[in-house]
Design a protein. Structure first.
Length: 313
């Protein structure tokens, strides 16, 4: 009778040999693991764990992301901790830099490698939540025997990417559990929750990075996708989240090469000097609650001059 390890190895090899990679994202990841990274699904490679000094440097490189994510990870653990799950925050290299877990489960998770300092890239351990999320740049759920290494088939892992204010992939949030009674439906719900938390972290990072900008939600998209634009006082877009960049076809450093908000969103432009002056006058009147004298003082004009400009507009 074949062992679970032998059955898993046969299943992985058959999927790769039969060309399922073209039709299945999981099989495609298995193919990368075997053919690109030269991993063996039956192997038990030495656990890749970086030193304490290297871990400290990895945490430092994340900058504000780590403290920004902390309260979100705490709330996420309150929601899923009862399922025997642990939460891992990994950097863009797949290194687990922070985690949440119940002390009663710590030993089991540490033995599984779900511990700070452990490397979970696809190149190191094949198909898994963190590594495959990084490889494909999207939220994934790798449920039990969808893992490449047979040693990981007791785990169910849901991961979602966190992109920085520049749109680059900066980290991954992962929820993993070894509960055998966790069904596909529950795993899917966990995956949706992890993706939502990742978007909240992205949004907080974006607001922090552009504290003086007006943040605009890109219309026509689900607000949960986090498609945001940072707009300066001249209505120039100086920043965009990953979702906004994808939807609007934006790339590069927008602070160095900004775009007109009206052009990006297909809005009517008011580029004449006369219309620009009218907009300034209108804003001054609104701020002064319609008091012409106060608006004139704010603009550095005499009351008579402001009246003439208003009559002309």
């Amino acid at each position: 009778m074949a062992t679970p390890v032998a059955e898993h190895v046969s299943r992985v090899e058959a999927a790769i040999t039969n060309g399922l990679a073209a039709r299945s994202p999981i099989a495609a990841s298995w193919a990368r693991s075997a053919q690109l990274h030269h991993l063996d699904p039956s192997s038990n490679p030495n656990e890749g764990r970086i030193t304490a000094h290297e871990l400290a440097l990895a945490r430092e490189r994340l900058g504000p992301l780590l403290p920004m994510a902390a309260p979100h990870l705490d709330r996420l653990f309150q929601m899923v901790g009862g399922l025997g799950a642990c939460i891992v925050l990994a950097d863009a290299q797949g290194v687990a830099v922070d985690r949440r877990g119940a002390p009663s489960n710590d030993r089991a998770f540490e033995e599984s490698g779900l511990w700070t300092g452990t490397v979970w890239s696809e190149a190191d351990v094949g198909t898994n939540g963190i590594g495959t999320c990084l490889a494909e740049g999207r939220a994934v759920t790798i449920h039990r025997d969808q893992h490449f290494l047979a040693r990981n088939i007791d785990l169910s892992c849901s991961s979602a990417p966190v992109h920085g204010p520049d749109g680059a992939l900066a980290a991954v949030i992962d929820v993993s559990t070894a509960r055998a009674d966790l069904g596909d439906a529950v795993a899917g719900l966990i995956g949706n929750t992890v993706a939502e938390v990742a978007r909240k972290v992205e949004t907080d990072l974006f607001h922090q990075h552009f504290p003086r900008a007006r943040v605009v939600v890109v219309p026509g998209l689900d607000r949960g996708q986090g498609a945001l634009l940072a707009v300066d006082v001249d209505d120039l877009v100086i920043g965009a989240t990953r979702a906004a960049r994808q939807h609007l076809g934006l790339s590069g450093d927008l602070a160095a090469a900004p775009k007109l908000l009206a052009d990006l969103l297909g809005l009517e432009g008011h580029d004449s000097l006369e219309r620009a002056e009218q907009a300034v006058l209108t804003r001054a009147l609104v701020r002064s609650s319609g008091n012409v004298s106060a608006a004139a003082r704010a603009l550095g004009l005499s009351r008579a001059t402001l009246h003439r400009k208003l009559d002309r507009s």
